[in-house]
Design a protein around this ligand. Sequence first.
Ligand SMILES: [Zn+2]
Length: 231
Amino acid sequence: MGIKRYFNDFTALFFAQACAGCDAPLVDGEKHICTSCWYHLPETHAHEDQHNSSARQLWGRVRIEAVASYWYFREASRVKRIIHHLKYRNRPEIGTVIGQRYGAILADAAPFNQADVIVPVPLHPKKLRKRGYNQSMFFAKGLAHSMRLPVVEHGIIRRRATQSQTRKNRYERYENMLETFEANDIGGIAAQHVLLVDDVLTTGATLEACAGTLLENGAAKVSAVTIAKAL
Ligand SMILES: [Zn+2]
C-alpha cells in the first residue's frame, strides 16, 4: 500500500464524508454525492428547451441568449440539502463536482457550448470573508473543466451589500440590484459570449442585473446557467 493511499485511508477514518444529498456514507469513487442521489436528482433538461421555465422567467427583462438550470429545487429535498452543504457547511467542492457533471451535458448543448468565457455571480466581500469561498466560483470551475472554457473570476464584482428587499416593490428591487454589480475585468468580457453562472435561480433579479452589467460593459452575448431552479 502506497503512503498516499495509506494517508487517504487514514484521513478518511476521521473525515469520513457523508453524501450531501442523503447523508449515506460515501463509498470508494463517490465524491460528495452518492450514486443513488445522482440517479434520483430531479433534472430539468432545460438545456433541451429554449422556452424552459428558467428562460421564460428572464424574458422581457434582459437580453439573454439562453438560460438553463440543472435541477429543480424543492423544500425538504436532496437538492436543498446539497445546496445547503455547498453554501453553509464548508463543502465548496460539491459545486465543482456538480459543475463537471453539468458541464459534460452543456458541452453538447447550443448555445451554451458556444460561450467564450465563464463568469460566476460574485458574493459580497463581507459574505465572502465570512464564508471563505464563493460557491458559484466552485461551480464555475467544474463547468470550465468539462466545457474547456476559461473562467473570468472577477468579471463582475459587488459594490455593496444588497439591502433588504422585502419592503421594496419590484422596480425598486430591480434598481437596487442594478446598483449592486459592476464590471471589473472589462478586458476579459468585452466582445465575448459570457456564460454567467449562479447557484439557485429564484426571482431572477441577480441574473438580470449581472447580465445587464455584462452587456453594458461590452459583452457580446450572455447565457446563464444555475445549479437549481426554485419552484
Ligand atoms: Zn445520497
